[in-house]
Design a protein around this ligand. Structure first.
Ligand SMILES: Nc1ncnc2[nH]cnc12
Length: 573
């Protein structure tokens, strides 16, 4: 474990003190800086000394020793702590490495990431070595430990072994337990998850909820069971309730729920003016949503809604650091913290002109840290998808009378399928990526004309097939298999669009800017074929996710979410 990523060794701590004693020169001195002191909620002036990856001094002294020291005159800039994304899903077609690179350019230099995809794709040992490997970046990547698959698997009971979850919870890179997308089961009788929640608290780490539309009673009961935070408030009222009950509330601005402006207006109308337990999150937005920025964009929206600047910047830094019990390391400009610092031209312009991450320049001033172009995913067991089986016509026989009717990108209601399929109905198949089982149904509201679309990107990593033409659907499968995983669209016998996902069929390894264009192309194609909503990638992700109402297609079969009942089981191929 290269621990220095999560803690400094005694030798390093002694060096930091030696810088103060003047026997070692600091690496960088940020001179005449106006910086946000988040502890006292005020802008102050100081010289800030950096040594390697750490802030070692903030005050009016300059170092006696300074050969090799880089002096930076910050007199006409405003310095704020590096931004923290407290609730990242680093696999929405992008991968953790590319997301971190891209996020750092707009000042988000700490991300707390969902481990769900790692649970599906890697055994624990491999996952932990991936976490170490991802530490080659100057940003701070932390993780959370999931307690459920968020779907209904054939092997649900062995998806998460007790000891594995406990090992995840103990890991230095893991800062929280959850998110609790399985909260109804916990409330009912799932003592395994309840045990893991208690183990999380014993480790002095918070438990994150997932309580959309939850009543006061549910929020209270989940508090009694040990939940600390929730990011699902969609109104000012729902934020008020969470704060009143002692939750930390992350306000969301995401591709599927861009609620932040509305929430802030309603919070202002309700007279909420206590922000210490407020964070901001983009909650795993799909690539093109991030063109407008990440946490910097959330701060900008807060400033536009009259949130005091020192509060807005703290929401995206210090408040998150405190929530995770990490304020000794991240979230502020003070001695001892990791040198994540954003340099602004003005207090009301959160998009930094320069970014320092772990004491290295990653944007703007100085010799900018050159990112390694890509990450050795194959060495970490996440290579291209290799299927050793083929689809047959037998896979495309549809007899189930119940289909999934889209109410929006992600809410699905059951309906009685029509024969022959109606204009806005399409065949829907979920195929096991190992080729063992299949589930056939219909989907209403996804497309009115597209011959075939396949996606190896899904909640469980199994293959989602949608289309109006069975030949096109098979062609899409063959092309996806040929390119080693991805999203492929076929129409009238031709491949009309594809997004390669060469990291285990789930993630792309192209730079974010290119991926954003690829996603835009997919959205345009699907719009031309009658997809009526804004976020098709989320539709593909959540078709098999049982944390959303009302009906899902999952590895176990067609599931009634509320009743947790298998309406039509998966069939072995
Ligand atoms: N619960 C979830 N799982 C995966 N990705 C998500 N993006 C937003 N919520 C998510």
């Amino acid at each position: 474990m290269n621990e220095h990523r999560y803690r400094w060794r005694n030798k390093q701590l002694r060096e930091h003190v030696a810088v103060m004693d003047g026997s070692i020169a600091p690496s960088i001195v940020l001179q005449n800086a106006t910086y946000l002191n988040v502890y006292m909620k005020r802008w102050m002036k100081a010289h800030i000394w950096i040594y390697e990856d750490r802030i070692v001094y903030v005050g009016d002294q300059l170092p006696s020793q300074s050969d090799e020291t880089e002096y930076v005159d910050c007199s006409n800039q405003y310095l704020v702590p590096g931004y923290i994304e407290p609730h990242a899903h680093p696999f929405q077609l992008y991968n953790p490495h590319r997301l971190a690179q891209y996020a750092s350019q707009s000042g988000t230099t700490t991300l707390i990431n969902d481990n769900l995809v790692l649970l599906f794709l890697l055994k624990k040992k491999k996952a932990f070595s991936l976490l170490e490997g991802l530490n080659d970046l100057p940003v701070s990547l932390y993780w959370w430990s999931r307690f459920d698959s968020q779907s209904s698997l054939q092997n649900d009971e062995v998806f998460l072994r007790d000891q594995d979850v406990l090992d995840w919870l103990q890991h230095d890179a893991v800062l929280q337990g959850g998110e609790l997308t399985c909260w109804p089961n916990v409330l009912k009788d799932d003592d395994r998850v309840l045990h893991w929640m208690q183990e999380t608290k014993r480790a002095r780490k918070p438990v994150e909820g997932h309580f959309p539309g939850a009543s006061e009673r549910t929020l209270t009961k989940m508090k009694l069971l040990g939940t600390d935070g929730d990011h699902e408030a969609m109104t000012g009222e729902e934020v008020f309730e969470r704060l009143r009950l002692g939750y930390t509330a992350a306000l969301r601005y995401s591709s599927i729920r861009p609620d932040l402006p509305k929430i802030l207006k309603e919070m202002n109308d309700l007279g909420i003016d206590t922000y210490d337990r407020i964070m901001l999150t983009t909650d795993g937005s799909t690539p093109s949503f991030y063109e407008q920025g990440i946490m910097d964009r959330c701060i900008e929206i807060a400033l536009e809604n009259n949130i005091p600047a020192h509060e807005a910047y703290s929401m995206a830094s210090y408040n998150a650091a405190k929530y995770f019990g990490m304020e000794h390391r991240i979230g502020s400009i003070g001695p001892g913290r990791v040198a994540h610092i954003n340099f602004l031209e003005a207090k009301d312009q959160p998009r930094p002109v320069s970014v320092m991450a772990r004491g290295k320049w990653v944007k703007g001033y100085g010799d900018v840290q050159k990112w390694k172009d890509s990450f050795p995913w194959a060495e970490h067991g996440m290579d291209k998808l290799q299927l050793d089986w083929d689809m047959t016509d037998h896979d495309l026989q549809f007899s189930i009378p119940v289909g999934l009717h889209m109410q929006n990108e992600v809410i699905l209601k059951p309906y009685t399928v029509q024969t022959p399929p109606g204009q806005d109905e399409a065949y829907l198949t979920l195929l096991d990526r190992e080729g063992k089982w299949k589930v056939n149904s219909m989907i209403k509201g996804f497309t009115t004309s597209l011959g075939g679309l396949i996606s190896s990107y899904s909640n469980t990593g199994d293959l989602v097939l949608i289309g109006k033409d069975k030949k096109d659907m098979k062609l899409a499968f063959n092309r996806m298999k040929e390119i080693g995983g991805g999203i492929v669209a076929v129409h009238e016998g031709q491949v009309v669009y594809e997004i390669p996902l060469h990291i285990a069929g789930m993630m792309s390894d192209v730079p974010m800017e290119a991926l954003i264009e690829q996603e835009k192309g997919l959205k345009k194609l699907l719009e031309e074929h009658g997809y009526p909503y804004q976020d098709p990638v989320y539709t593909l992700l959540f078709l098999s996710s049982t944390h959303l109402p009302f009906i899902r297609i999952t590895p176990k079969g067609i599931i009634d979410v509320k009743k947790k009942e298998v309406l039509f089981p998966a069939i072995m191929r």
